[in-house]
Write a protein that binds this ligand. Structure first.
Ligand SMILES: [Zn+2]
Length: 201
């Protein structure tokens, strides 16, 4: 990085560059833009970042990010508690919610099985899922992990585990291209994939 930049600017560029999809060029453009902003606007950005870890926790039931525990979805009595949609991360939950395609509850795994990276069932929120199923009278689990190799392997693992316990499982269907991360699917595709879910048995 150019040493022509003052250290404070270099520091911000370095920090922004840690974000996904942001290279040094983009980080530099962003940092220069923030520098052009009025100071209160820049402080507002810094403040909102600082607030994240103070205010946001994981919902103790579904493990999504939330300021309340349980989260608004878990505490909404109008939602169908007999069906749980299992997703990889909170971003996927958000994508499905935005599509308005699902009226049940969710469970966030926070990853997918990936033995090469040392991620086994114990590293994911799988045992709390099994506990919920017994406790909350869940009848169907929709496996909405991505159609990547790891996402498919995770869905198969969970489907076997759940069927052994007599729970109906289904997998979101057509429209999600192989290898695609769920959260980048468009609204229509997600709606159709949920509606046309197929039984795993
Ligand atoms: Zn929740």
């Amino acid at each position: 990085m150019s040493s022509a930049f003052p250290p404070a600017l270099t520091r911000l560029i370095k920090n922004l560059g840690r974000l996904p999809g942001v290279g040094e060029k983009t980080a530099t453009r962003m940092a220069l833009q923030i520098l052009r902003w009025p100071a209160p606007q820049a402080r507002e950005l810094a403040g909102s970042i600082g607030e994240l870890h103070e205010k946001i926790r994981l919902c103790s039931r579904c493990f999504t990010f939330s300021q309340e525990d349980p989260c608004p979805i878990c505490s909404d009595s109008r939602r169908d508690s007999s069906i749980i949609c299992v997703v990889e991360d909170p971003g996927d939950l958000l994508a499905i919610e935005k599509a308005g395609a699902f009226r049940g509850r969710y469970h966030v795994l926070h990853g997918v099985l990936s033995p090469m990276d040392g991620i086994g069932p114990e590293q994911l929120r799988i045992s709390p899922l099994l506990e919920r199923i017994g406790r909350e009278g869940v009848e169907e689990v929709v496996l909405a992990t991505s159609s990547t190799v790891a996402g498919e392997a995770t869905a198969t693992y969970l489907s076997d585990l759940l069927q052994d316990r007599g729970v109906r499982t289904s997998r979101i269907a057509c429209g999600i291209p192989m290898g695609m991360d769920l959260k980048y699917a468009d609204k229509m595709t997600l709606q159709r994939a949920l509606a046309a879910r197929v039984s795993c048995s």
